[in-house]
Design a protein around this ligand. Structure first.
Ligand SMILES: [Zn+2]
Length: 136
């Protein structure tokens, strides 16, 4: 049996979620589960990637974090309906409040009888600066 790390003590799911949420909120950019596990370990709050994933899933269900499928990463959410922009060339991320986009999507879902599991909207592309440097 592997020796148990002194800092990897048993934590309840609520403690784990609070640690994860703090890390995601403090991050300037979307963070993945392995990054979160590394940051937690540096803070002497070691947790396994499986614990991080479970915590992230619970936080995503409650709307505290948003999951980006494109990057398999998470950002804090304050409940605003945002459209996230991912810049594939420079690897930056930005967002815009676009309530009208969400209203149109909700209207489409209603018309189709479709029930969305998430209201996360993300677009992938190149930022204006990258477009200026490398026009396609
Ligand atoms: Zn760019």
């Amino acid at each position: 049996m592997a020796p148990k790390s002194a800092s990897r003590q048993r934590r309840c799911p609520n403690e784990i979620e609070a640690i994860i949420e703090d890390i995601v909120c403090a991050a300037d950019e979307p963070v993945g589960a392995y990054d979160i596990a590394k940051i937690a370990a540096k803070q002497k709050c070691s947790m396994s990637p499986a614990q991080v994933y479970r915590g992230l899933n619970r936080l995503a269900e409650t709307g505290s974090v948003e999951r980006f499928a494109s990057w398999n990463a998470f950002v804090a959410s304050n409940g605003e309906r945002r459209v996230h922009l991912f810049y594939e060339t420079c690897k930056n991320h930005d967002w815009a409040e676009k309530h009208s986009v969400h209203l149109q999507l909700q209207s489409l879902c209603d018309r189709l009888g479709f029930r969305a599991n998430s209201n996360h909207v993300e677009l992938n592309g190149r930022c204006a600066s990258c477009n200026t440097r490398q026009p396609s």
